[in-house]
Design a protein around this ligand. Structure first.
Ligand SMILES: Cc1cc2nc3c(=O)[nH]c(=O)nc-3n(C[C@H](O)[C@H](O)[C@H](O)COP(=O)(O)OP(=O)(O)OC[C@H]3O[C@@H](n4cnc5c(N)ncnc54)[C@H](O)[C@@H]3O)c2cc1C
Length: 464
């Protein structure tokens, strides 16, 4: 009997479990390991607040690539009044995933053992993986899949780090209940980062009737773009695939953006038409071009690619209009603690007079730490130390084949990775439309040691 351990029971780990159960032809044992009891939900879908919305519309959020309407049908069956174009509460999406998983688990209760514990180490012994849990328990299996999801933000040489113990500085931006329990409504707040996580947190503060001032800061001060209807644009990957140079890819994309705009089209149509090809484009870049992209273009790409629903925009506009939220850009210059507050100066790029802020709390919303060399996580640290995993391109995630077989010098077929652990390899390994493909492909590899044949509806790794 084949045994497979999956570390991480978020979207990826749970959907992999589901596919393994659906596709199995002989008896298997799956060990699904998660340190949290909220299986399927992870940081994204464990929110209890209905105002936290998906940032992808319901029509594109089926967990199963072979059944595009699965989520919409689930909403209808359960009498939730949402259509394809709606942005549904994330909490509801978490319930949908749990329903899918538990339906499958009920059909095959003996095939899955769930361990609510942190996995802290893996060793290889006699062609098996031995997974060590925090309690000291060991699980021996034929294969192990790392699906740990996103790690909390971590800034380099973080000047706020010394204020963690005072309770001034929060480094986990996803646990909103803890944040609002600890912060008084009248307190002034500085949010580091102006992306999706900042928008999410501002929404929580708004609905919690926060009275204090919210400052949001990032180097550029760019906010995510807003969703608008997207129209089909003929894919132009055949032009891009002829080159592996970032500058040439950029000029092709700019050409299409320009001509589409001239004809009254919207840039979103172009960005979304690239979606099925983003991983291939990334994989073709040289390491230098990958680094250049991350350094110069990633922020612009993120705000265009990962957009917010109109509902969020309305809240942010309201906060800005009422002077409850202020966006700052530039560089943090000085931080001085005075009583319970931090006095902070922000220097703008054009060297204008610095802006002074005085805040009670600082929350790091700069995005997940994806550099695996910088992680303090015991599992990742131990596995890197043993040479069982190596950091991926630019140290992002782990080094692996595009379908998730981890590359190490033991060259075994035992360790695999899924989800954001593949960011360096695939770049886009973040959202449901690509993760659902990965989960299904990996199930085939684990069960049958072979790649499935891509069908007409999918490119190999991404779903259009
Ligand atoms: C706030 C937020 C909103 C998002 N909204 C959307 C959206 O609207 N649409 C979309 O497509 N994507 C969205 N995403 C992206 C989201 O990350 C993916 O959709 C998906 O949830 C990722 O699944 P995952 O399994 O890789 O990670 P997660 O869902 O984060 O799960 C990882 C799990 O691994 C567990 N774990 C980690 N390390 C260990 C260990 N050592 N031992 C045991 N357990 C461990 C964690 O407890 C966690 O449960 C959002 C992300 C965030 C953070």
């Amino acid at each position: 009997m084949k045994t497979i351990s999956i570390v991480g029971g978020g979207f990826c780990g749970c959907m992999l479990t589901l596919h393994l159960l659906k596709k199995r032809q002989s008896k298997i044992k799956i060990h699904l390991i998660d340190k949290s009891e909220k299986l399927c939900k992870g940081a994204a879908y464990s929110t209890e607040f209905n105002f936290h919305l998906l940032n992808v519309n319901a029509g594109k959020m089926s967990a199963l690539q072979s059944d595009e309407d699965n989520f919409i049908n689930w909403l209808k069956e359960n009498k939730y009044p949402y259509n394809n174009e709606d942005y549904v509460p994330r909490k509801l999406y978490g319930n949908y995933l749990s329903n899918l998983l538990y339906h499958e688990l009920n059909e095959a209760p003996d095939n899955v053992d769930i361990h609510i514990e942190e996995a802290i180490d893996v060793t290889l012994e006699n062609d098996k993986a031995v997974i060590l849990l925090e309690s000291g328990k060991k699980i021996i299996s034929d294969k192990v899949v790392l699906a740990p999801g996103n790690f909390s933000p971590q800034s380099d040489n973080d000047p706020f780090e010394k204020y963690i113990d005072d309770g001034i500085y929060f480094t986990n931006p996803w646990n909103h209940q803890t944040i609002i329990d600890k912060i008084h409504k009248e307190e002034d707040i500085l949010i580091l980062g102006t992306g999706l996580t900042m928008i999410d947190l501002c929404t929580t503060l708004y609905f919690n009737s926060h009275k204090g001032k919210i400052h949001a800061f990032s180097r550029h001060g760019f906010l995510p773009a807003v969703h608008k209807p997207v129209y089909f644009y003929e894919p132009f990957y055949h032009e891009i695939e002829k080159t592996s140079s970032l500058s040439e890819v950029l000029s092709i994309v700019k050409k299409h953006l320009h001509s589409h705009k001239q004809q009254g089209g919207d840039w979103r149509d172009i960005i979304d038409s690239l979606r099925p090809y983003n991983q291939k484009i990334w994989m073709n870049f040289s390491t230098n071009d990958k680094a250049l992209f991350i350094q110069k273009l990633n922020r612009l790409w993120s705000i265009s690619r990962h957009r917010i629903p109109q509902e969020y925009q309305i809240t942010i506009d309201e906060l800005l209009k009422n002077n409850m939220l202020e966006i700052h850009s530039g560089k943090i210059d000085t931080i001085v603690k005075t009583g319970r507050k931090l006095n902070i100066t922000v220097r703008k790029k054009n060297n204008e007079q610095p802006t002074s802020l005085s805040v009670h709390r600082v929350i790091n919303c700069t995005g997940p730490q994806l550099n695996y060399l910088k992680l303090q996580n015991p599992l990742i640290k131990n596995m890197i130390q043993k040479g069982l995993i190596h950091p991926g391109p630019l140290n992002l995630g782990v080094d692996a084949t595009p379908e998730g077989k981890v590359k190490n010098h033991y060259n075994e077929n035992i360790i695999y990775a899924l989800g954001s652990a593949l960011t360096g390899v695939l770049f886009e390994s973040t959202a449901v439309p690509e993760l659902r493909v990965q989960a299904e492909v990996l199930a085939d590899i684990l069960l049958f040691s072979e790649l499935p044949v891509p069908n007409n509806h999918t490119t190999f790794f991404q779903n259009p």
